[in-house]
Design a protein around this ligand. Sequence first.
Ligand code: ATP
Length: 267
Amino acid sequence: SRREGFSAIPNVKWGDVGGLDLLRKEFDRYIVRRIKHPEDYEEFGVDMETGFLLYGPPGCGKTLIAKAVANEAGANFIHIKGPELLNKYVGESELAVRTIFSRARTCSPCILFFDEVDALTTIRGKEGGWVVERLLNQLLIELDGADQRRGVFVIGATNRPEVMDRAVLRPGRFGKLLYVPLPDPDERGLILKALARKKPVDADVDLLAIGRQETCENLSGADLAAVMNEAAMAALEEKQTLGQCSSDAKTWTIKSAHFEYALKKIS
Ligand code: ATP
């Protein structure tokens, strides 16, 4: 596994993200253009939030969109998992927080992504006790050092915003809250299309119509990725079993029947 604070420009493109148009616009304004044209913001003396909290149900693209933002901006991306940071030996997690921010400054422009950030910022005195408290204090110190944080944007992600210490959600910290909802019927189709980009989906398959089906009700992006994978696997197996028997060179694709099968299996 990669070491803590490993940084690189992610290879997730905007086209890999289905739906979430509003979020894309917000991040374009708040992060991408600021990284690309910092001089404009200097000139106009514009001061804007640099910390964001993505919240909403699991598997709806929080990590994906954060990576796409970094890719679009040509920025480095550091992925920190809240619980992993917390599980470091007592005292070491504070040092780790300092190290992470200093690494982010070194490789700026950089997006520092805290997954399951609620683990680090749970209301004080509850759950983790003083370990969380000290870690949280260190995190606040780093977040407040905005002047020294030039070119470093912080994005947190959580499924449980309600358990987070309010102090973390102030401006300058994870100050801008952005909701990442379950996809609606049309967005489900757009997600399927994004997931199909690098797969041999048959031209006859209407992914938008599949997304609107009742069987897709309440499916998250992650669920739809599982559906796509099952459908691809079914098509692949068909090719491997039937392909040997047929003599003519045929193109094997993922067809409607494979999606129907996959949807039954997933739900
Ligand atoms: P968690 O809260 O569980 O960490 P998350 O919101 O960060 O979830 P992601 O890790 O971004 O979710 O999504 C998991 C996978 O689901 C992605 O790698 C992708 O395959 C698929 N997925 C989710 N949302 C989308 C989307 N909007 N467009 C395309 N694929 C998506």
